[in-house]
Design a protein around this ligand. Structure first.
Ligand SMILES: Cc1ncc(COP(=O)(O)O)c(C=O)c1O
Length: 413
């Protein structure tokens, strides 16, 4: 019933030429209004993304789908799997798309994130962060009781014993992996004998089933230049690979050796034994990842498309060389490099002020803005940006096709 037509067409139809969009003084539909246009999950109205109230977080569906397909074709060619990290999108709809296109499960960073994913139908969940308090350990084991595909990471003998006690109290056998440190000293236990001893303890403790290990080398992900990134991550993961082999030789289960990320997704299969990559940002990309360079393209990491953008509106155009928008730190974060104004050149954007973004024109700026004009920003760092929004508008051919709840927003505990 695509019959409703809202007052949304502000195109100038140049004779014979393509429609030209004039984004000034558009309607500015709120989330509630957009939601009211859906009947049985189907969008009944033809609404351009430029008509959304701003700041608005949008994902381009064609680009998102291309990113999912690229990841899966690479995994297929390299003989490993993807287990994407849901900390990036916090959105069960995207997690389901990842599973539907071949990922073996998802990862979560927080127990609340894992719970929300499970409540929204996601049943293969690897929790990559250890839970150390009794409250969180009990929540993790309660989730394990309901969700047979839940796997919990641990990194110390004391923590493994607490998991074992909680699992026994709940009358279940919980799947556990050992988190191995790639040399960052942030989380995990050192590779070699410490990790092997912990794995053997997990294997012996009642109520636990040892499934393997994870080793996430975050420090390699944003190393600029493919060759440098490859050398660094293979070196960092070599002790973990040796540890995984030790586990195998000592007769332990070695179903899972999870690691890697968006920066190393096409390198990680060279680490012996690695079963799957915990890629997160590849679905959306961001200005941080764009600048690291790829194997084919040294200047820009163009393996994946920047699908996630923030729409903003210009609030002030009275001052020379600049304009002010409504998307500041609360809409974009203050991560660097700053957001990129999509489709324009020699225009910079900063989001240092809480409520305002600053647009600055270079000498060869491709355009200037008037009050009410819209602009689209490629986000600085996707994970924390997503956590600022309750919804993501799913856009195809510039039209709103769906609206997805960021169900894991604020699930940081
Ligand atoms: C444990 C873990 N695995 C995977 C990822 C995903 O990394 P990326 O977004 O670089 O793909 C992260 C991100 O910080 C992480 O902390």
């Amino acid at each position: 019933m695509k019959s409703l037509h809202f007052n949304r067409r502000r195109f100038l139809q140049a004779s014979g030429a393509a429609a030209i969009w004039i984004p000034t003084s558009v309607r500015g539909y709120t989330t509630a209004e957009i939601e009211s246009f859906f009947v049985d999950g189907e969008m009944q109205a033809d609404v351009s993304k430029w008509e959304l109230d701003t700041p608005a977080l949008c994902v381009d569906l064609d680009l998102l789908e291309a990113n999912l397909a690229k990841m899966q074709s690479t995994m297929g060619a390299n003989g490993i799997a993807s287990r994407p990290h849901a900390k990036t999108h916090k959105c069960p709809v995207i997690a389901q798309m990842q599973l539907d296109t071949g990922s073996v499960g998802i990862c979560t960073a927080k127990i609340s994130e894992a719970e929300v994913m499970f409540r929204n139908g996601i049943e293969e969940i690897l929790m990559t962060t250890t839970n150390v308090t009794p409250t969180k350990i009990n929540r993790a084991m309660a989730l394990a009781a309901e969700c047979p595909g839940f796997v919990q990471a641990t990194d110390s003998m004391e923590n493994a014993r607490l998991l074992s006690e909680a699992a026994q109290a709940s009358g279940l056998v919980a799947d556990v992996v050992v988190d191995v440190d790639p040399g960052m000293g942030r989380t995990g236990t050192p590779p070699g004998q410490p990790a092997l001893s912990l794995a053997q303890l997990v294997d012996q403790l009642p109520g636990l089933r040892f499934r393997g290990m994870l080793c996430y080398d975050g420090a390699s992900q944003h190393v600029a230049g493919f060759a440098a990134r490859k050398a660094r991550t293979l070196e960092a993961l070599a002790p973990a690979a040796d540890t995984f082999e030790l586990m195998r030789q000592s007769g332990l289960r070695t179903d899972i050796f999870s690691g890697g990320g968006t920066g190393t997704y096409n390198i990680d299969h060279e680490t012996a034994g690695l079963t799957d990559v915990q890629v997160g940002s590849y679905v959306f990309m961001d200005s941080q990842y764009l600048e690291i360079g790829g194997e084919q393209d040294e200047a820009v990491y163009s393996d994946f498309e920047p699908s996630l953008t923030i729409l903003a509106t210009v609030l002030n155009d009275q001052y020379a060389g600049r304009a002010t928008s409504d998307a500041g730190a609360k809409a974009c974060t203050i991560n660097r490099p700053w957001p990129i104004v999509k489709g324009e050149s020699d225009i910079s954007y900063t989001s240092g002020s809480d409520e305002f973004g600053t647009i600055r024109y270079g000498e060869n700026a491709s355009r200037t803005y008037r009050v009410g004009d819209k602009l689209e920003l490629i986000v600085s760092h996707c994970d924390p940006v997503v956590n600022l929004y309750d919804h993501i508008y799913a856009i195809r051919n510039d039209r709103v096709e769906a609206i997805w709840r960021v169900a894991g927003r604020g699930m940081s505990a």
